[in-house]
Structures are given as structure tokens and as C-alpha cells.
Design a binder for this molecule. Sequence first.
Ligand SMILES: Cc1cc2nc3c(=O)[nH]c(=O)nc-3n(C[C@H](O)[C@H](O)[C@H](O)COP(=O)(O)OP(=O)(O)OC[C@H]3O[C@@H](n4cnc5c(N)ncnc54)[C@H](O)[C@@H]3O)c2cc1C
Length: 575
Amino acid sequence: MAEKLDKVDVVIVGVGWAGGIVSAEMAKAGKKVVALERGDDKNIEDYIGVKDELRYTNRFQMMQNLKHETVTSRNNMDETALPVRTKDEMMAGTDLGGGSVHWAGATYRFWPYEFEIRSQTIERYGEDKIPKDMNLQDWGITYEEMEDYYDKWEKTAGISGEQDPLAPKRKNEWPNPPLKETPAIKLFKNATKELGYHPFQLAAGNMSEQYENPDGQVLNACMYCAFCTHYGCDFGAKSDALVTVIPTAKEHDNFELRTNSYVRRVLYDGDKANGVMYVDTRTGQEYEQPADVVVLSAFAFTNNRLLMLSDIGKQYDPETREGTIGRNFNGQYNNVHLGARGFFDDKKFNLYMGAGALGGVINDFAADNFDHSDLDFIGGGAIELRQYGDAGIASNNVPSDTPQWGKEFKKNSIYYANRSLNVWYTPISMSYWHNYVDLDPTYKDDFGDPLLRVTFKFTDQERNIAKFGVEKCHEILEEMGADIIDEDEVPEEFDNIFFGGHYTGGVVMGNDPKTSAVNNYLQMWDVDNLFVVGGSAFPQFGGHHPTPTICALAYRASEGIEKFLDNGGQLVNAK
Ligand SMILES: Cc1cc2nc3c(=O)[nH]c(=O)nc-3n(C[C@H](O)[C@H](O)[C@H](O)COP(=O)(O)OP(=O)(O)OC[C@H]3O[C@@H](n4cnc5c(N)ncnc54)[C@H](O)[C@@H]3O)c2cc1C
């Protein structure tokens, strides 16, 4: 029997970057807030001394345990989906701070074109350019409207960066100068400049200097220790929710955080969301937490699943193409972040040092920055060279004709340890009528609730844009002087592996309730006191990493929630 708790203004489900931002903003605004996180309570002291590659990079210690809950996956509607059970096949954040704690820190804003992609594609190339299976949609918000929210997050996070020569001129400078330019990055920049492109230093959530953010949280300068992506930063030098927005929320007595609190349902009466039902995973006790506003910020998978389990909104039906919940599910890593690896005989780079977002980048092949008239795809992405820091176990990069084991492998892996560089393309990922999520009819989680089922396949757009990217990366490595270049192979089909944590859609934003589930404050059209915050709102992916846009939208949603509460519960005007 669930115990009913006292009502609060706002209950927040999931506390990563998105939930952390809403927590801090609501707490600062004086609202009575309860934030529920399924994982353990964490702070940076928990990550002291955890520079253990085997445990974190090879065995994915920080990722969701897929024995208890996972997704099922298939390519086509007539197939039976199977559960994804091994941790190297799906990376989802768990514990306080979510994916922000193990993220790399690569920071991009999406491009003005990407927010208005349908209108601008038609304007420049005509409607025929859009494949008929593609659900290409404008976001219902423009880059100009997003800019202040991006800016607010970049200052809160203390991002280190410099102006991209091709991007719209920023209203404000990045809050911190860029990270160091290593010899590998310099080589990439010189080569791309030589080819006529416009390189710049990748903006990073890794601190170039000690920094105090506008909320008074202090972050330390990065030491380039290389234990960054897949790890929590024990030095407080990687910007994540644990060192920024969560401590800010905790400074307020009107904010309460409850960890080990697994939310199973939104309490919905057919009109309003009245709160949530959750289980304390340490005791098994069920609770009902009533609230005036419910915020789902539990990543795209859980945001979709909780709406479906709670029977909220109209489930997308691929047969009729009606319904919005589950529609336009998408994943950028699904679409192959591919490129090429170069091996150098006459150059050595100190690759054992690095940081998650230490890198060089060009945006000459991003968005609509290049003419697509004669190309067989729409959109683009960044081309990056990253110096993450190569650790000993996972980074045995050898030319492809090297045997997989034995004397020759050992010799080459030692020789090339500091002589190989990867250049990759991060292309846009489009949405289609046949890619969606719904509840699986067979497989269930530990509580007996159906798992989320993903139906996702590639089209020529994904294969063609990836091939284009691989060719460009090859060209750049050639200019960099690589002696051997191994190109990544472009797969024919999505392999049902959810690597990299870039999953979006299913509860998408827009101006039309027929093709979107939330307005541009991420407020549900059907249930006005329910806000669904996160990448679930992306109508399609942009050609860059998602988190800054998720965070900017979380600030936008926070503004909407405050307006909603202060206006006595009115639908926030979408424009
Ligand atoms: C290895 C890796 C590297 C990455 N690097 C980058 C990068 O460089 N740049 C970039 O832009 N992006 C990067 N990402 C993606 C980034 O991590 C995500 O975009 C980001 O963390 C999403 O934030 P979020 O708050 O929406 O979701 P999350 O961080 O996933 O937070 C959701 C929270 O909800 C909780 N939760 C889920 N279900 C429930 C439930 N039922 N009840 C209660 N709580 C629940 C989870 O435990 C989690 O804490 C990376 C991802 C991975 C895996």
C-alpha cells in the first residue's frame, strides 16, 4: 500500500543535468520542490581515486545495470525485439548526476538551420529534397530564442571555448578560455586550414582555469589526467550536475532530494498529473508524492516509458502515423559517428594525457554550411579530432592488417601507442515514420512493468552522410601526413547497440499538437501541469552532441514552470 506524502509545488523525476537545472531554478524561485532520483546519492568525494580503466571503461561501472531494466530493440516492425543486456551495448546514466558525471564535456550549440530545418531546407532546395519517409520538423523555437538559455547554461557550467569562425557571432564570450592546444590538435588545425576549412578549439566542459559560476559554485582547473569520459572527476574540474546545479539546489531549504527513489508512474486523472508514485529501492516501500507540477527529466528512455505506463497522451501508431508519444525516436550514435584513424611513423604525440573534450574541430560540413544540391543527404555535422587521453587497456590502436593477438599485435600496439590519431564526423540524425518507441509486449523490468521497445532502422540518408564524413576524415588525415589510414566501415543497418548515450525524441516539441507532444516550454499539450524535459523533446538530432541543447531547454522549461505556477496554472503560451 503506497504511503501518501504532503503535496509540494513541483516534483522532479531524475536528477542529471536536466533535472538538476530544473531543481536549482525552482529552488531559487522559492518553490517547494522534491527531486526523486533512482540511483545512489553521490558527490565528488565518491570518485576520489577511481582512476581504474578496467572498472569504468571496460566494465562500465557507472552505467545503468541492465539486468533490472533495459530497452528491447529491433529494426523492423515485423520482428521480435530482444532485450539489450550487456553494459557495452547500452550506456545510460544512473545515480545522482546521471550521465553528466561520466560525460566527456564536448559542447556545441545546434545551428540556426537545425532549429528550422524543414522550412529552410524547402526554401533552399525545394520540398522534393526531403525523402518521403522522413518526418523532418521545425522545432517550434529558433536559435535566436535559444541563445540566452544556451548562454545561461554555459556560464553555469563554466564552459571553456573560443568563437567558431563559421557560427553566428556570440552575444557573450565563453566564460572560460579554451583548453590547451596540444601538438595533435595543432596538426589537425594546420591541415584543415591548409585544405581551406575553418578550425577552432572544441568547447569543453573541462575547466581551462579555476572558475566560480554565477551561483557561487567553484570548479577547479583541469589537470589533463585523461580519466574523464566514463569517469566521475575527483578533482571537480569537469563540469557536471554534482558540482554545479545540484549543490545550488541543496542550498535552499525548500528543496528536498530523495535518492534511491524509483518512479514507476505519473498519477494521472485523465486531465491533470497529480504527482508520482515511486518505490524506495532500499526498503521496497511505495510512496505517492502529490505535486502541482510534475517534471519528467529522466532521460529519453524513461520519459517516454513513464508516459506510456501512465497512459498519458496518444501513443504513436506507425500504421496510421497518428499519435505523438513515441514518435520520432532517434539516436545520434545509432547513426554512426564514423571517420578514420591515421598512423604516423615520423610523429609522436603524448596521448596518455588528455581530457574528455580536448580537441580541434571544423564545422565546414555541419548544418547547411555547404551546398547540398548535388548531395544524397540533408544536414551535416562536426569533424573532430579529440585527445581524450589513451589509457593502457582500451587503446590498443593498430593498423587494420595487424593480427588481433600475438607477437605482431604486441609489437605494433607498443609502437603505435603514441602515433595514432582518430578524426571523426558527428552527423545529424533524422527522424522517420518507421522509427519509434512503444511498450514491449513480452519483456518486463524487476517490478513487472513492460520495458520500452525501440524500433529503429537506417535509410540511405544515414549511410550516405556517414560515407561522406569518412571520406572527409580520410582527406584530413592525409593532409596531416598519416602514413597509414584506416577508414571506419559504414554499416548497412543499425546493430541494436545503444552506445554513447545520445538518444532522443518520442516526446517532441513543436507548434502543432498533431506532430508534437510538448510546446516550446516542454509543457505537454494534453496535460498542462506536466513538463517533459530532456532530449526526448528533439524532433530530430542536430549534427552535434546533444547536452548543451538539453540544458538550454531545461532553463527554458524552468521559466515555463515558474510562469505556470505564478499564473495560477495556465497553459504557458508557446510563443
Ligand atoms: C560516455 C558518454 C559520453 C558523453 N559525452 C558527451 C559529450 O561530450 N557531449 C554531450 O553533449 N553529451 C555527451 N553525452 C551525453 C550526455 O551524457 C547526455 O546527453 C546527458 O547526460 C543527458 O542528460 P539528462 O539530464 O537528460 O539525462 P541523464 O543524465 O540520463 O539523467 C537522468 C536521470 O534520471 C534518472 N532516472 C531514470 N529513470 C528514473 C526513474 N524511473 N525514477 C527516478 N529516476 C530515474 C537516472 O538515474 C538519471 O540520473 C555522453 C554520454 C555518454 C554515455
